[in-house]
Design a protein around this ligand. Structure first.
Ligand code: PHE
Length: 463
């Protein structure tokens, strides 16, 4: 059955949906702990420069390819140059892998909402709570299925009636919530057992003021690479998602402006999340807890909420609800990319593809959940870390495939079809593309160099 091409109703719908995809677990969880680990203000500064140059280049590329070809990720490259069809297939692999674990993390967040709603906040503040939960056989799978079902429902409702309407509803809400909670935490202060008083503003200083202590070239390189890989993941670029969303944008939309707004929204949420989490963790648990890395969200933060007393419960609930919204709109964009591509390839209806892809994703995600009990292993990864099934999937998609795809996309646009092809599309609505020279320079020279370094580092060739 041939489907009529669906689309966003206008610029606002597009910007909020794309921001919905971009703003996710990456902004609220990963950005703050990376910033805290990587010298606060230095990381932020590097990140901001990268967003405006590198992030903007990759985002513009994906969106313009989508709008100009009007094709999903899987077919877009082949429709421009048949020989480059392999790049579409490679790109399609990324959301196919990410959905298997993003829904698992979505399930964990859903679980924590239930935990706080049912008054088990103090239990969650125990060290053993989170490991016990994720290694239990049934519960993580059930929560993953709930999360996946909501995602599939939004995708099933379609681009305008599902994705756009949902994003227009939750994105402004998320922004208000995050501003409110960060103002609240910044106004707090806490006296610990030794009588040391720490205020939220002290924490803010740690977060924002660059810490140059012991800054060496290798350390700076690490900060740069951390910021770069964070940026990709955060903007949802190089995984076909922004190509798919770009294909739903009307020709009259001012792309240059819309891209600026998406960058702004995504960065603002990341910065605010840091301004909320870093001071909170600093006040209630000291600087050491910030070094906890990935376990921050589910292990350290519940302790912080616990020490906040009664309001801690409300803050915790607000936090996990916020995270849930952010995660659903991201997971929707991953599923939409898979569904839209398969609808075209198999000439099937949206409903049918939602069911088929939903079922396959559920089965794969269940396997990932079992990676914490029956399939438990500890695998050393080429980049030096050790991981379980979920981390392996994350490594393949984010550390390995994404830099590779970005590199190939930069070569394709910069040297095969030429940047002019993208510039033409961005200016097609009659609006100017102010950063066109920056774009051309970035896509031909800077981005491919940086991507090669990132890729070699992921392979363990560069440390
Ligand atoms: N950009 C999202 C985030 O910051 C993550 C994401 C990854 C979304 C992949 C879609 C696809 O969390």
């Amino acid at each position: 059955m041939e489907q009529k091409k669906q689309g966003f109703s206008g610029s606002l719908g597009f910007v909020l949906s794309a921001a919905g995809s971009a703003v996710g677990v990456g902004n609220i969880w990963r950005f703050p702990y990376l910033a805290a680990q990587d010298g606060g203000g230095i990381f932020i500064l590097v990140y901001l420069i990268l967003v405006l140059t590198f992030g903007f280049t990759l985002l513009s590329t994906d969106i313009a390819i989508g709008r100009r070809t009007r094709k999903n990720a899987l077919e877009a490259f082949a429709s421009i140059r048949p020989k480059w069809g392999f790049l579409g297939k490679l790109t399609f692999l990324v959301p196919a892998i990410i959905i298997t674990y993003y829904t698992v993390i979505g399930g964990w967040i859903t679980k924590y909402i239930v935990v706080y709603l049912t008054g088990q906040g103090s239990a969650a503040a125990q060290d053993s709570f989170f490991p016990a939960f994720i290694s239990s056989p049934v519960s993580p799978i059930v929560f993953m299925l709930i999360f996946l079902a909501v995602t599939a429902l939004v995708v099933y409702l379609g681009v305008e009636k599902g994705i756009e309407r949902f994003s227009k509803l939750v994105m402004p809400g998320l922004l208000i919530l995050i501003i409110a909670v960060s103002i609240y935490t910044l106004m707090q202060s806490h006296t610990d057992a030794d009588g040391v008083v720490r205020t939220g503003l002290d924490g803010l200083a740690i977060y924002l003021i660059p810490n140059f202590d012991g800054l060496t070239l290798p350390r700076f390189m690490k900060i740069l690479l951390d910021a770069m890989s964070q940026l990709f993941f955060s903007l949802s670029v190089s995984m076909g998602i922004m190509i798919t969303y770009g294909s739903y944008v009307g020709k009259d939309v001012n792309l240059s402006k819309a891209i600026g707004h998406i960058e702004f929204f995504d960065t603002l949420v990341a910065l605010l999340a840091g301004a909320m989490i870093v001071p909170a963790v600093y006040m209630f648990s000291g600087t050491d807890a910030m070094a906890s890395g990935p376990s921050l969200m589910f292990v350290s933060l519940p302790k912080v909420f616990q020490s906040m007393g009664t309001v801690g419960f409300l803050v915790a609930l607000a936090f996990f609800v916020m995270l849930e919204f952010a995660a659903i709109t991201s997971s929707v964009s991953i599923m939409e990319t898979l569904v839209a591509s398969c609808m075209d390839v198999f000439h099937a209806s949206r409903k049918r593809m939602c069911i088929v892809i939903g079922a396959i994703s559920a089965a794969a995600a269940a396997l990932i959940c079992l990676g914490y009990n029956i399939f438990y292993f500890e695998l050393p990864l080429p980049n030096g870390s050790t991981g379980q099934l979920l981390d392996v999937m994350d490594y393949i998609s984010n550390s390995f495939l994404m830099p590779l795809i970005s590199l190939l996309t930069c070569i394709f646009v910069g040297w095969v079809i030429r940047p002019k092809w993208i510039v033409e599309e961005i200016t097609a609505s009659g609006h100017p593309f102010k950063r066109r020279y920056l774009y051309t320079f970035m896509i031909r020279f800077v981005a491919p160099t940086l991507m090669s370094i990132l890729f070699l580092q992921a392979l363990g060739v560069l440390r």
